[in-house]
Design a protein around this ligand. Sequence first.
Ligand code: NAD
Ligand code: UPG
Length: 464
Amino acid sequence: MKVKNICCIGAGYVGGPTMAVIAQKCPEINVTVVDLNEKRIAAWNDEDVENIPIYEPGLSVVVEEARGRNLFFSTDVDEAIDKADMIFISVNTPTKTYGIGKGMAADLKYIELCARQIARVAKNDKIVVEKSTLPVRTAQALKNILDNTGNGVNFQILSNPEFLAEGTAVTDLLAPDRVLIGGDIDTEKGQEAMQTLVDVYSHWVKPDHILTTNVWSSELSKLTANAFLAQRVSSINAMSELCEVTGADVNEVSKAVGMDTRIGPKFLQASVGFGGSCFQKDILNLVYIAKSFGLNEVADYWEQVILLNDHQKRRFAANIVKTLFNTVSGKKIAMLGWAFKKDTNDTREAASIYVADYLLNEQAEIVVYDPKVTAEQIYADLDYLGTRSSEENRKLITVVNDPEVACEKSHAIAVMTEWDEFLELNWEKIYDSMLKPAFLFDGRRLLNKKQMKDLGFKLYTIGN
Ligand SMILES: NC(=O)c1ccc[n+]([C@@H]2O[C@H](COP(=O)([O-])OP(=O)(O)OC[C@H]3O[C@@H](n4cnc5c(N)ncnc54)[C@H](O)[C@@H]3O)[C@@H](O)[C@H]2O)c1
Ligand SMILES: O=c1ccn([C@@H]2O[C@H](COP(=O)(O)OP(=O)(O)O[C@H]3O[C@H](CO)[C@@H](O)[C@H](O)[C@H]3O)[C@@H](O)[C@H]2O)c(=O)[nH]1
């Protein structure tokens, strides 16, 4: 079977870019991305393509090429489901904030709502693709809902987890390390559905990069990949603390270790701690699944990755307080960067949120500059923690749109995101404008140590 119409439920960081690339590469397929969030859909449809709701290098060009031709954004979920022969579910699957599994399990309520809506609307056979990251065996729950509440049509469920990283989404989608498709390999209909999705990706991905597995392996591989990646960051961050007390340099250690081809050089950059919407959520989910099967040692092993990451954020903030003569009360701290990594406007679980919260508890006054994150988002991130009232957050944190203004008359600067533009700042001018001693805390190992020290900064670098 050849797909003519694709619907994707969820126009977020995954649904938007993924469908834009599918539409660009498969001009004969109509792709409709739907979302309940009217503001988000309006932004995807904004006449000025630079105003699409997600900042990703190269994305606006892809959207511009396909939008209106075979790529559509809409809030009419029913209509898009009705028309589609293949439906991707790409809605959010956050950590549960209530009830059983609170703080650990994935909240699947949005997934279930999609399944019920598909079941209600579908009047012909559909292939339903799990694009969201889901606990292993979710496909079974989906099938149960679809088959028991549907109109007697046939649903094939595939798992097709997404491995793109934010900031490099377009290049990751255009040249993926692999595309993973899990399905019901034991039945003819299952195999046919898998082949249909393989054919979509084959428009631009080489066959040896498209991997087909059973559904459970596919679902579990996604959680495993994120756990392994995050584990590398926590491993090098653990070493960064040891480096700081022994005189070793964590960059030299990661280079030496990473040159072992069995280990490899990627994802060994020490930092103030990993953030992003996925690592923490997916590992917590893995820990929860392991526990629910009684695999306590497995759960404890992976939980340590999160505990170390929390420790890394906390010790970075605590070190600022300690270095500033044990108090930051009433002191101005400039934070350069708020996003969880460069080249994205996403702030979910960014280390900056937790470091700022810690410093605010110590009565610091914080000024933030980030090239892509809005003030509204920064306040929302802090309000979400619920540590203090939203009025207080607005009083204690100022957001500016000029990094030099952020640093002026500050007691200390903390580099929280590795934006390239921070390398180009006039650091001499910044130094002159600060209170002395001018403390600089580089949470990303971004800045040239010698240059900063020569200018007079009291520099603290993670892992040094
Ligand atoms: N962000 C990433 O880099 C990334 C990468 C790989 C996988 N994932 C996974 O992909 C999934 C989506 O992540 P995201 O970052 O795109 O989330 P997101 O929050 O940016 O987008 C999800 C969208 O789904 C919409 N939505 C929720 N319920 C809906 C419903 N019933 N009908 C219509 N729309 C609905 C929301 O309004 C939201 O706009 C998650 O499971 C995540 O773990 C994310
Ligand atoms: O050596 C490193 C690499 C990353 N990070 C940090 O780790 C976090 C996550 O970075 P990254 O993985 O590049 O971005 P994400 O967009 O979160 O992507 C991850 O999470 C996605 C969602 O599941 C997956 O699809 C991707 O494959 C996976 O890399 C960020 O805060 C980075 O700054 C480090 O501190 N050191």
